[in-house]
Design a protein around this ligand. Structure first.
Ligand SMILES: O=C([C@H](O)CO)[C@H](O)[C@H](O)COP(=O)(O)O
Length: 210
């Protein structure tokens, strides 16, 4: 099981500081959508130059022009990038093809999908590397969590690795770790704590080793 740290609430230097602090416990660093919006893929490139060996995910949440956008994320240093499950099947097929051609990985983000079982089966047949269930900030604010939808996702994929995100904290991580995601994605639950290194260490310590 891998721990992915979503870096959303920082600038590029803040992201670099957070990576320095947490790199002993984190397996995948996410260059979050707010960073993409504020600093573009050039910010990702700066991080890649500073840390040539880390695994970097660019959370660009593609909706269209999939091959091109996937290729751009890899060109600027991503190992993994993201497309929305709500995109057309053709876009997802194109993104999967571009990822395979580049020898990189693709995560499909289920944010906003209501029939999780049906879409998970369709995506599993298309063949991305990961499908992730995700309760976004706007629904977290209403008290929602990703725990139930993760179980539906898990029951409806046969070959695709699974990920889960959305408001997971040190004190709620065990519950979802017990369900066995391949990737546990944590943002604010690490980055906004008083001691991000210790929070990352505590969550990583709860996980089974790969
Ligand atoms: O993808 C995310 C969100 O849409 C903002 O870009 C977050 O990275 C994801 O939700 C994980 O962050 P937390 O919910 O703070 O754990």
């Amino acid at each position: 099981m891998k721990l992915q740290l979503a870096i959303d609430l920082e600038d590029v230097n803040g992201a670099i500081n957070l990576i320095e602090k947490t790199k002993d416990s984190v397996d995948i660093f996410e260059y979050g959508t707010p960073l993409v919006i504020n600093f573009g893929l050039e910010g990702l490139q700066t991080i890649r130059e500073k840390f040539p060996d880390i695994t970097l995910l660019a959370d660009i949440k593609i909706m269209d022009v999939a091959s091109y956008e996937v290729e751009q994320a890899y060109k600027y240093g991503a190992d993994i990038t993201t497309i929305l499950a709500a995109a057309e099947d053709q876009s997802i097929k194109d993104a999967v093809g571009a990822a395979k051609k580049a020898g990189k990985e693709l995560l499909v983000d289920m944010i906003g999908i209501h029939d999780v079982a049906k879409r998970a089966q369709e995506l599993d047949a298309i063949g991305p590397d990961y499908i992730g269930t995700h309760t976004g900030y706007d629904l977290q604010a209403l008290g929602e969590t990703p725990f139930e939808t993760f179980n539906i996702l898990k029951d409806n994929v046969t070959k695709t690795k699974t990920a889960v995100a959305g408001g997971i904290k040190v004190n709620t991580a065990q519950r979802i770790i017990d369900e066995g995601p391949d990737v546990l994605i944590v943002g604010g639950g690490i980055s906004t704590t008083d001691d991000p290194a210790e929070s990352a260490r505590q969550i990583k310590a709860l996980m089974p080793k790969d």
